[in-house]
Design a protein around this ligand. Structure first.
Ligand SMILES: [Mg+2]
Length: 153
């Protein structure tokens, strides 16, 4: 999956424009998701030097992103800017943001939620009431990366 992740308040405590302390397990969880095959996009309101600082802060901790905020070139019309912003948003399958309704779960929970949301249809069908559950073949939770890799063949 393509996962867009916010920086201030999400990867680090909200101290914008300063960089706050890392939120517990944020970097290790993101690296783990990357190892599972997910593509991470840093999705932040930061721009210019402030954005560079955030990218560098992550890089120093072993986290490099597949993509960072689309930079909006100067001279674009308002409509073109809007299109860039819209495409930036729809290009991700999942967003991790401290402004989520209900707030930001712990990073350990975020990992569990992401790896358990992409349960293959086959397994879902087996758990429906009308179909008997085949205990021998039922493997829940089914790691998301397995499903993702299967689809890429
Ligand atoms: Mg935020």
């Amino acid at each position: 999956m393509v996962i867009a992740v916010d920086f201030d308040g999400t990867i680090v405590e909200h101290r914008y424009p300063e960089i706050g302390e890392e939120r517990q397990n944020a970097i290790s969880t993101l690296r783990r998701l990357q190892n599972d095959g997910h593509q991470l996009i840093l999705w932040s309101v930061r721009e210019g030097a402030l954005l560079d600082e955030a990218v560098e802060w992550c890089r120093e901790r072993g986290l490099t992103f597949y993509a960072v905020n689309t930079v909006i070139p100067e001279g674009m019309s308002e409509e073109e800017q809007r299109n860039v912003l819209i495409s930036r948003k729809v290009n991700a399958d999942v967003f991790i943001d401290d402004k989520n309704i209900g707030g930001l779960p712990s990073w350990n929970s975020i990992y569990d939620i992401i790896t358990q949301t992409s349960i293959p249809t086959k397994v879902i069908k087996k758990t429906s009431k009308s179909t008997p559950i085949d205990d021998d073949n039922l493997q829940l939770p089914y790691p998301a990366w397995m499903f993702w890799k299967k689809n890429r063949k």
